[in-house]
Design a protein around this ligand. Sequence first.
Ligand code: SAH
Length: 236
Amino acid sequence: METREPDSRAKEFASKRQQLGRLIRRRGFTNEAVLDAILQVSREQFVPDDFRDQAYFDQPLPIGKNQTISQPFVVAMMTDALSLGPSDRVLEIGTGSGYAAAVISRIAKHVDTVERHVELAESAARRLAQLGYDNVQVHFGDGTHGWPERAPYDAIVVAAGGPQVPPSLTDQLAVGGRLVMPVGKHRSVQQLIRMRRLSEDRFEEEDLGGVSFVPLVGAAGWDAADSSFPSTRARR
Ligand code: SAH
């Protein structure tokens, strides 16, 4: 449902959004296209009502189903790492609230985003449509398989941490494409990895630093049960 803000409330959010932009800049972030995109997306529309007052704190917030909307600085950093251009087609795994997809959609041509919790996928799809993000398409499913129908992608971003980069995702990356994903041996501590596909069979990989994301759950991710083992299906 569209929530109409009284003018003063909308102005308050707009000014907090500017403050958040300044905070991100002060940390040495210089990608203007990404900063602009962050300044164009009303994060308060992507968080549950009870958390709207905290929408512009630079922190993750709960969105239900034990999941979180990512921290704005992390969304900025990951989007920057994707080196996006206006003709790029992007695949995101882990739609969550739809916030990161909205930010990316302001820079890239099209975003396909996949979410494994049907309730989150449905509410993100509804929200993005209502807000007019018509170059974002939300899909329900296990994103460790990627989204083969629309592959290859110029950029792939995974918003949950897995034990490995799922082979389907590297397969679906175009030559010249970039993939950003948190990878780690434990469910909740990872290194943010950036891969670039140099040719059909050559990839370059960089470590962008330590991060902590919710687990990537699926065939080439972790088990749904709260164990610290990779999904049995991934080991087949
Ligand atoms: N980008 C989101 C934050 C996502 S949190 C935002 O801006 O709000 C990570 C999300 O990944 C969660 O919603 C979780 O349910 C989802 N997820 C975890 N494993 C997944 C998988 N295999 N396929 C698709 N989504 C997955």
